[in-house]
Design a binder for this molecule. Structure first.
Ligand code: GDP
Ligand code: ZN
Length: 362
């Protein structure tokens, strides 16, 4: 299926960056799926599997130099399409217009780009029990950091009598940012989301688990294409795994990016939310002797002192500790999952991956 580069998000900015790479054997392409050693990329003429060229690998000085989903790249087409080992090569990554990053699993000081070149990021919250302006505030910071333009989406508007008070709460912390109230259960309300999309505009959904990101994505796509389906991976002895398409062209125009890394940004955010919901403890902690005091057994801990003299209730400290533990557990799980995924994909050959991708299309 042929599509215009513009529909894939190509702009003058990228065209200019591509110019010095122009050559008879290369074409511009956009990364639509990332695994550790192999990528799926889209060109104006169709899709290819691609690997990073030796030259790009050697030139890379950091992990962030490697392609990520959403990246525009210079693609060298395979010379022998009959040979399954002969895949396309990624010669260069064009400078990013925006990027979402996280700390790499196993190396917290290393940046890992989880999605690139997103124009608009929908910060989704639910108008059910979960509504929390402080959390929206933190997502806004993440959005501004990335270079993408944020839109606050208040989902599940069908569950409240009047969304106006919620909108006012968000207006107070998000000046100048569009705020829309929608319901994934009311497809007609998606026009408010689509108003920020349009041909060639790339979007992503960010928000805590359960706020309705998948539901909104499915409504936009018009089918359950994002629902990850179990795929049998013959290379890992029948273990089940899920593979999803991470960059989707929307039927009404626009592109939606949904990578596992973007999904993990929502878990990542729990790190701050512990302190945000316990700002009283946070304030007390200013008086702790050690900057990284965990308020457990450290000497000179102002939090423990406050609990002793009754300024801080024991119960409050107890629930803080509980949340702290949950969070530590979640972070460990996250790292473990990332480690297993890297190991699994690393073992897969191009052929096996091709099969997984093909199965997925059926
Ligand atoms: P995600 O974790 O952010 O992807 O959230 P999901 O899309 O899986 O939705 C979580 C739950 O909220 C599911 O049970 C959905 O059916 C429900 N949900 C999503 N959007 C809406 C909505 O607009 N209204 C109502 N009432 N429920 C919704
Ligand atoms: Zn302390």
């Amino acid at each position: 299926m042929a599509v215009s580069l513009e529909s894939l998000g190509w702009t003058r900015r990228f065209a200019e960056a591509y110019e010095p790479h122009r050559a008879p054997d290369v074409v511009p392409a956009r990364v639509s799926l990332e695994h550790t050693h192999i990528y799926r990329v889209m060109t104006a003429d169709g899709e290819h599997l691609a690997r990073v060229s030796g030259r790009l690998r050697h030139a890379a000085t950091a992990r962030a130099d490697f392609p990520a989903v959403g990246d525009w790249i210079v693609l060298e087409l395979p010379t022998n399409s009959e040979d399954p080992r002969d895949v396309a090569r990624i010669r260069a990554v064009l400078p990013r217009a925006s990027r979402f990053s996280r700390r790499a699993a196993g190396n917290p000081t290393e940046e890992q780009v989880v999605a690139a070149n997103i124009d608009v990021v929908f910060l989704v919250s639910g108008l059910d029990g979960d509504f929390n302006p402080r959390r929206i505030e933190r997502y806004l910071v993440t959005a501004w950091d990335s270079g993408a333009a944020p839109v606050v989406v208040l989902n599940k508007v069908d569950l409240v009598a009047d969304p106006a008070p919620f909108v006012r709460d968000v207006e107070a912390i998000a000046r100048g940012v569009p705020i829309i109230a929608v319901s994934a259960k009311q497809p007609e309300s998606m026009v408010r989301v689509r108003a920020h999309l349009g041909d060639g505009r790339t979007a992503a959904l960010l928000g805590s688990s359960g706020v309705g990101k998948s539901s909104i994505a499915n409504t936009l796509i018009g089918e359950d294409r994002l629902r990850t389906r179990d795929v049998r991976d013959s290379d890992s002895r029948g273990r089940h795994t899920t593979t999803g398409r991470q960059l989707v062209l929307l039927p009404g125009g626009g592109i939606l990016i949904d990578t596992p890394g973007m999904r993990e940004l929502q878990l990542w955010d729990t790190g701050d939310s512990v302190t945000a919901t316990f700002d009283d403890i946070d304030a007390l902690a200013e008086g702790c002797r050690f900057r990284d005091c965990r308020h457990a057994t450290e000497p000179g801990c102002a939090v423990i002192a406050a609990a002793k003299d009754g300024t801080l209730s024991e119960m409050r400290l107890e629930s803080f500790r509980k949340l702290q533990q949950e969070q530590a557990f979640q972070l460990t799980q996250q790292d473990e999952r990332a480690r297993l995924e890297v190991k699994r994909v690393g073992k897969m050959g191009a052929k096996a991956l091709r099969k997984v991708l093909k199965d997925k299309e059926r």
